[in-house]
Ligand binder design. Structure first.
Ligand code: KG4
Ligand code: ZN
Length: 391
């Protein structure tokens, strides 16, 4: 089955085309086309992502990204048959709030034939609602014109399932031999949660943040240190430099809620502690590196302590890390070492770096499993939901 997948939940405009085979027990994926346009350089000027700006950029870039992805997959063929008037009117109405996207889409559709794909998957939440809507509306329009089934994908399910993949030598990748229950630690800019997948694709919330998401804490702490957006990779870089010169952690940062009885998290206290550390001071590069190191150390320890607790309470056989923050080298190393020492019976799966931050491949993967269950949505029923929950 060939799936075209669209992701616009935050600041990446991404469209992938995957060839998917197999069933839930043994699935393989081949990337036919994969184009991702990051808006990071634009948002960096504002020090964070502005939803209206993200929406505008998605609307501008989606059709070129679509064409490039189809081209890469060798599925783009010329056909100068104009769209029938009735469908043109219908799509014009659907895209009333995205006139620029409508215009580009009409030009594209007037020149190209229906591609040989089997379904369209799109992130319909969670995320920034204005940004989500652009992708959702494009997906609805394409499903109508091309007469393909439409699948709404939960972005967090995409992070979780893509983290279960194992790469093959020929460039394909597969998901198989996954022992249930799976505990997912989902750590991104908007989320910090522990979910248990007891049955395939059925989730239970085990714990979540009471305030900031861990990625948000990384981004805010980075800002206090005068580092650009997004802060996660910047803090990671400075911490790596500190470790490389043998830094032992000097500034001590708190580990909020680490020892309580729940599997919940809190990161706002950590952020405040950094604020007090940097207030009214000009930091040297060395101090910034030391604080970054301490920050990574505190987050790694808290994330692991809660995951460990959740492993005991759920009896999970697999632990999977997903979301942008799972790109962090220190966190990856911490989990690898501590799981093998403290939970040697648990299989740890950490995504390859290309799957950690937002992408459309993960949406195609989750979309395929939903397609296997025939969970399709009629285009006129599909909605974006910024608060969509996995559980
Ligand atoms: O999953 P993601 O790309 O987008 C959301 O769904 O939110 O996650 C973005 C978050 C940002 O907060 C970013 O700072 C963080 O992931 N991040 C990192 C690293 N790369 C991205 N945090 C720590 N270390 C990294 N290397
Ligand atoms: Zn994400």
């Amino acid at each position: 089955m060939k799936i075209l997948a669209i992701e616009t939940s935050c600041d990446e405009t991404a469209i992938s085309i995957l060839e998917c085979k197999g069933d839930e027990q043994n699935t393989s994926f081949k990337i036919l086309g994969n184009v991702l346009l990051s808006q990071i350089d634009i948002h960096r000027e504002f020090g964070g992502v502005f939803p209206a700006v993200a929406k505008r950029e998605h609307a501008k870039n989606l059709v070129p990204v679509l064409a490039a992805s189809l081209e890469e997959a060798e599925l783009l063929h010329e056909d100068r048959q104009l769209l029938p008037d009735a469908i043109r009117t219908e799509i014009g109405t659907l895209l009333t709030r995205e006139p620029e996207l409508a215009e580009a889409l009409f030009a594209f559709l007037d020149e190209s034939e229906t591609p040989a794909i089997d379904a369209i998957a799109v992130t319909h939440g969670p995320g920034l609602e204005p940004a989500l809507w652009v992708g959702v509306n494009l997906a609805r329009a394409l499903a109508m014109v091309w007469e393909k089934p439409l699948i709404g994908v939960n972005h967090m399910e995409g992070h979780l399932l893509s983290a279960l993949t194992k790469p093959n030598e020929d460039g394909t990748f597969e998901i198989k031999d996954v022992s249930l229950p799976v505990l997912g630690l989902l750590i991104s800019g908007g989320h910090t949660e522990l979910v248990s997948m007891d049955q395939w694709l059925s989730y239970r919330l085990i714990g979540q943040t009471k305030d900031d998401a861990v990625g948000e804490a990384f981004d805010k702490a980075a800002r206090m240190l005068g580092l650009p957006y997004p802060g996660g990779p910047e803090i990671s870089k400075l911490a790596t430099a500190a470790i490389a010169r043998g830094n032992t952690i000097k500034p001590s940062l708190p580990r909020p809620m680490m020892r309580d009885d729940t599997c919940d998290f809190s990161f706002s206290g950590l952020k405040t502690a950094v604020l007090y550390m940097v207030k009214d001071r000009t930091l040297t590069e060395t101090e910034k590196e030391e604080i970054s190191h301490a920050f990574e150390d505190a987050t790694s320890e808290v994330l692991f302590a809660k995951s460990s607790k959740a492993l005991y309470t759920t009896g999970a056989k697999t632990l999977v890390l997903g979301g942008g923050v799972s790109a962090d080298t220190h966190i990856r190393k911490f989990f690898t070492e501590h799981i093998s020492n403290e939970h040697p019976e648990v299989a740890l799966r950490i995504p390859t770096p290309r799957f950690t931050t937002d992408n459309a491949i993960m949406i195609g993967i989750a979309g395929y499993y939903r397609a296997l269950k025939k969970e399709f949505t009629e285009p006129d029923q599909m909605r974006a939901n910024g608060n969509l929950s996995l559980t």
